[in-house]
Each structure stands twice: as C-alpha cells, then as structure tokens.
Design a protein around this ligand. Sequence first.
Ligand SMILES: NC(=O)c1ccc[n+]([C@@H]2O[C@H](COP(=O)([O-])OP(=O)(O)OC[C@H]3O[C@@H](n4cnc5c(N)ncnc54)[C@H](OP(=O)(O)O)[C@@H]3O)[C@@H](O)[C@H]2O)c1
Length: 315
Amino acid sequence: MILLLGASGYIGEAFAKELQRRKTSFMSLSRKETDYTNFEKLLDFLDSYEPEFVINAAGYTGKPNVDACELDKAGTLVGNTLLPQTIAHACAAAGIPWGHVSSGCIYSGAKISENEKVRVENDMTKPELHVLAENKSAAILGYNEIDAPNFSFRDQPCSFYSGTKALSEEAIAGIGQSYVWRLRIPFDEFDNKRNYLSKVQRYAKVYENVNSISHRADFVKACLDTWELRAPFGIYNVTNPGYVTTRHVVEQIEKYLKPARKFEFWKNDEEFYRQAAKTPRSNCVMDVSKLLAAGVKIRGVEAALEDSLINWKPE
Ligand SMILES: NC(=O)c1ccc[n+]([C@@H]2O[C@H](COP(=O)([O-])OP(=O)(O)OC[C@H]3O[C@@H](n4cnc5c(N)ncnc54)[C@H](OP(=O)(O)O)[C@@H]3O)[C@@H](O)[C@H]2O)c1
C-alpha cells in the first residue's frame, strides 16, 4: 500500500486519480484526519499501517500565486521545508522509501551553448535569446539535477516560496531513501484556476518568457514510474521534454480555443513587476535526460500542450 499525503491538493488529486487508474492500493491522509506534520503522529501512523512507499504531495503554495507566500513566511517555511524534513525523518525511522514533490522554480533562465562553451543565462527575455527560443534552438539547454539552484536563498534574488522549496531539497538530502520530483508550472485539459493554460487565458496581460512545463497527469505518471521501475533514488526533473515561450502558448490557445479576447503582453519586466507581481518569478528551462535515462517515458511538451487544448474542458 502507498500512503499519499496532500491528496486534497491540486497535485495530490492527480496522484490519487493515477493510482486508482493503475489499481494500485493506496491510502490518502489529510491533516484533518491525522496531523502528519507532527513527527510522532506520522511515525505512529507509518508503524501502524506499514505502507511500502509514501508520496508527499503536500506543501504550501501561495494562493492565488506566490506573492501570497511573502505575507506568510512562517507558514511557507513550515509547509515547504519543515514538513518534508519531518517526513524524511519519519520515513527513515520506519525504513520506508518516499517521494517528495519539489519544484523547478528553484532555477532562473537556461544554459546557453555558444562557441563550444556552456554558460548560464538568468534572463531569457533578452531579444537575441528570445529569437533562439522561438526557433527552438538546440543552443538552449536546461538545468540538470547536478546544477545548483540559482533562484534560492543561497543565490538571490528569489521568491520566498522558491527559497523554501530549494531549502527542502537540502533539508532532506542524505536522510533515508527518497525521490525528489521537480514539477514545473502544471497544466492539462481541465480548466481550473491552478492550471497554467487557464491562468494565461485569464491574465489581464501576459508575461512573455521561456519555460519548461509539466502536464499534470504526465507528471504523476512519471513520478510513479520512477518508483515502479525502481529507478535509483535521488532528484529528477519531471517536465515534458522541451520548453515553450509564453507567446507560443498564446498562439496555440488562439489556434485551438479561438477565444474572443485579444492577448496583450507586458511591455517589459519593469512594467510587469510594477503592476502585476510583487516577488520575483522563476522562469527556466529544465533538462529531463536523467528521467528518460531511467527508462521513464514522457511525451514532449508540444504534444502535451496540443493534446490539452484539443481536449479542453471549460470549467
Ligand atoms: N501547483 C503548482 O503550480 C506547483 C508547481 C511546482 C511544485 N508544486 C509543489 O507541489 C506540491 C503540491 O502543490 P499543490 O498545488 O497541489 O498544493 P495545494 O493544492 O495547495 O495542496 C497542498 C495540500 O497540502 C496539504 N498541506 C500540508 N501542509 C500544508 C501547509 N502547511 N499549508 C498548506 N497545505 C498543506 C493540504 O492537504 P491536507 O490539509 O488535506 O492534508 C493541501 O491540500 C507542493 O509541494 C508545491 O510546492 C506545485
């Protein structure tokens, strides 16, 4: 039996749906039933029910967006850093392997291959880089699992949310056996205020950048596959291979959904941060070679995006 923490959340419910589809025996646990944020209570629960694997899909995401985390720093730290550390210790004490939903938002930018050298570029909004991104240039490389986070408390600026997510990876490193699955900007065909494709349609103006993104069902399938395949424990970037520009996402929305509205873009970062955002946003490209090398199959971002829009289910 698998124990699923945070099943009531946006990502947790996708895990529950996929576990049901696979007919994998699992049990969901909410803080309302047992306060799994408490070490003794969680360890008691693990000792009583003896799950073979634990999934941590719980965490503190600011609502409606990460700006909210700046107003509740203690809550953000508790939900995103201390909770995974507690789970790591409880699972280690019970001898149970587990998986933690982390985030790709601990990076900014991409790696650029130029003149046989690779350099880090934090700002992909530079016009020359945008041309590369629009042309899907092979010169744009993603961050891999060995690259140190560059949008974190140790490498500022970062949002408080991203800082706590990066810190969670440090907090659980070396404790027991775990997978760290890095999710990035979830989307799918189900219109929902948490879905990236819904957000893009509802923003007053759209922020243009370059990102790797994760189809929600593809993400949970890939995470469960790492466990089913008994891939080596460790960190895995779990996005659909490739990246998208926001402009391309808007073009695909216009093509498939034919919305009545016209999309406008923020002129530049200065206008975006003055009018629409309080804390810095992470935009980044991820490298999923490690996930693919482990034998996990996940479709490319273009196919996942088109499929979501073709099968779009309005709320
Ligand atoms: N959604 C995204 O855009 C995104 C992107 C990258 C990474 N992630 C990560 O994915 C995980 C799940 O995110 P989500 O979008 O599914 O979040 P969500 O919809 O807000 O659900 C999170 C669940 O976590 C549980 N929880 C436990 N401790 C909590 C705390 N201190 N504060 C708030 N909730 C707490 C709650 O379940 P109970 O109270 O029922 O136990 C809640 O339903 C998080 O770790 C998040 O950082 C999310």
